[in-house]
Design a protein around this ligand. Structure first.
Ligand SMILES: Cc1cc2nc3c(=O)[nH]c(=O)nc-3n(C[C@H](O)[C@H](O)[C@H](O)COP(=O)(O)OP(=O)(O)OC[C@H]3O[C@@H](n4cnc5c(N)ncnc54)[C@H](O)[C@@H]3O)c2cc1C
Length: 481
């Protein structure tokens, strides 16, 4: 999360000369401006509260914040790490609550752990790894919150799981009027299904009880195939007789062989060594090297070839051969993040029926090179069917295509990104797929309605559970209000 003041915006925006012609403003009058991981959503807020979610006083403090905001007719937006990219965790002139990290508490007997409103995946791994357990499903990085992951219903890459919400046994949520309800697939089922992927619009999730699984030793296999065979070979790797338990695919992104070659990395369980499993690290010097190679792709075609060589030839040759499940999951975002002030990394994500993945890759080969955007990576993952959440992006099983673009920070390039996104969404919808909501709000409303056919009922239930529309964010304003 980036916190900048109005003063620093003015100075960095080259408006210093203009600034001289106005009377000096006392810093007490400057509003707090928050942003999210896109760097494209500077949002002035009336109040920013960083909530210490593990403290006993949290619940009462939260209740009084909700009351104060409602009395002042100020909307509330919730956030944890603010890695959503379209203001899903922000609201202009509202009360913005950041749920601070907090430890997780495992229960070996039940096979679950309890996460509080702000618990991050790094907190979860830190408490599960020493006792030989691992989160069943989480995203590719550990910076994110557990409750926020449920609130976007994120997916991971362990197989054969569906989105993270399918691994939540129960949760407690505080509604706008301060009432606390317990929700699960059996109790307050309707609210559970709306809060899952509900983008913080129904209330504040106070804590969750989530499935954990044994940590395991895993060995990777590397398979290089033409991209036209990717879907079939990927599904065979995870469904065949020697089922992989974690898997992902990649494609070459250099312009001369754009999306022509694919790599499938599938991890298989190995017997536990007598000395037990090693502790989960976070990458160390290898992570620095991987980051340098990954970032060298920006603006440099040779860098893209070098990165493909590193992944398809060098990594399989020098791989130390074994990883624990937790060590694969224990990746901070910083392992691949850029530091440029002129560019930002923007994600897109599309979900395809496996049999239509080839059509989508072909669409990308046509559409992306015409744009001004630089594609750094596509990762393919399996997402199992989600029959629970109202805004389900995987109503039947899907292959997810997670794309990362390096986008220049300029208005012209942002306009180009809007066009590219609309075009890709049209193509994905045409083959029965869908797209993910926590990124930029570039989809047209008709596209959102087509990808999420229950959107209108989602909006109606939001108005039912939160009649004063206390919980709002920029996504609600764009697609639902
Ligand atoms: C580098 C990167 C990698 C990613 N990898 C993946 C991936 O592998 N798989 C995937 O599915 N997604 C992925 N994402 C998307 C990511 O899962 C979402 O952006 C997610 O929201 C990030 O968590 P956060 O803590 O940053 O959430 P935030 O952006 O802070 O919040 C997300 C939403 O949750 C709501 N919320 C937060 N806390 C609460 C609470 N206690 N109660 C109710 N609502 C709450 C917020 O209001 C907001 O609408 C990735 C994003 C990035 C930038």
């Amino acid at each position: 999360m980036t916190r900048i003041s109005r003063r620093s915006l003015l100075i960095s925006g080259g408006a210093t000369a203009l600034n001289l012609s106005f009377p000096k403003v006392s810093s007490a009058n400057l509003r707090t401006v928050l942003n999210d991981a896109s760097q494209l959503n500077p949002t002035p807020v009336a109040k920013h509260w960083v909530a210490k979610t593990q403290e006993a006083a949290f619940i009462e403090q939260l209740r009084s914040e909700l009351k104060e905001a409602a009395a002042a007719r100020r909307p509330i937006a919730l956030g944890a790490a603010r890695h959503s990219m379209g203001g899903q965790s922000l609201i202009r002139n509202g009360t913005v609550i950041t749920l601070a990290p907090a430890p997780a508490t495992p229960d070996k007997h039940k096979g679950t752990y309890r996460a509080s409103a702000g618990t991050r995946w790094s907190n979860v791994i830190a408490s599960l790894d020493p006792i030989g357990f691992s989160p069943a499903v989480m995203q590719s990085n550990t910076d994110f919150g557990v409750a926020s992951t449920f609130s976007v219903n994120a997916h991971g890459w362990p197989v054969p799981y569906g989105p993270m919400g399918t691994t939540v046994r129960s949760l407690r949520i505080m509604l706008g009027d301060g009432t606390i309800l317990t929700c699960s697939q059996e109790e307050n089922k309707e609210l559970f299904a709306h809060a899952m992927g509900g983008y913080g619009l129904f209330g504040v999730i106070l804590d969750l009880e989530v499935d954990m699984v044994p940590n395991r030793l895993l060995k990777p296999s590397f398979d290089i195939v033409p991209s036209t065979d990717l879907a079939q070979r990927f599904m065979a790797a995870i469904q065949g007789s020697e089922k992989a338990v974690m898997a992902y695919g990649r494609v070459s992104v250099a312009r001369s062989r754009f999306l022509e070659e694919a790599l499938i990395i599938a991890f298989h369980e190995q017997p536990e060594p007598r000395q037990g499993l090693p502790e989960a690290g976070t990458g160390g010097i290898m992570a620095d090297l991987a980051r340098a190679i990954y970032r060298a792709q920006v603006g440099w075609e040779t860098g893209k070839h070098a990165r493909w060589f590193a992944e398809t030839v060098a990594a399989p040759a020098i791989s130390k051969g074994m990883f624990t499940r937790n060590s694969l999951l224990n990746e901070p975002v910083s392992n691949l993040a850029g530091k440029s002030k002129r560019h930002t990394d923007i994600l897109h994500e599309y979900f395809l029926p496996p049999e239509r993945l080839n059509d989508f890759i072909q669409a990308c080969q046509e559409v992306i090179p015409r744009s001004k955007q630089e594609l750094l990576n596509i990762t393919f993952r399996y997402v199992g069917e989600d029959r629970m959440s109202v805004l389900a992006y995987a109503p039947t099983h899907r292959i997810a295509a997670v794309m990362s673009f390096s986008q220049e920070l300029s208005l012209g390039v942002e306009a180009d990104m809007i066009q590219l996104t609309e075009e890709l969404i049209d193509r994905v919808l045409a083959v029965g797929g869908s797209f993910y909501l926590p990124y930029r709000l570039h989809a047209r409303r008709d596209q959102v309605e087509k990808a999420y056919p229950r959107l209108q009922s989602f909006v109606a239930k939001k108005r039912h559970y939160d009649p004063g529309i206390l919980f709002r964010n920029l996504m609600w304003d764009a697609y639902c209000a």
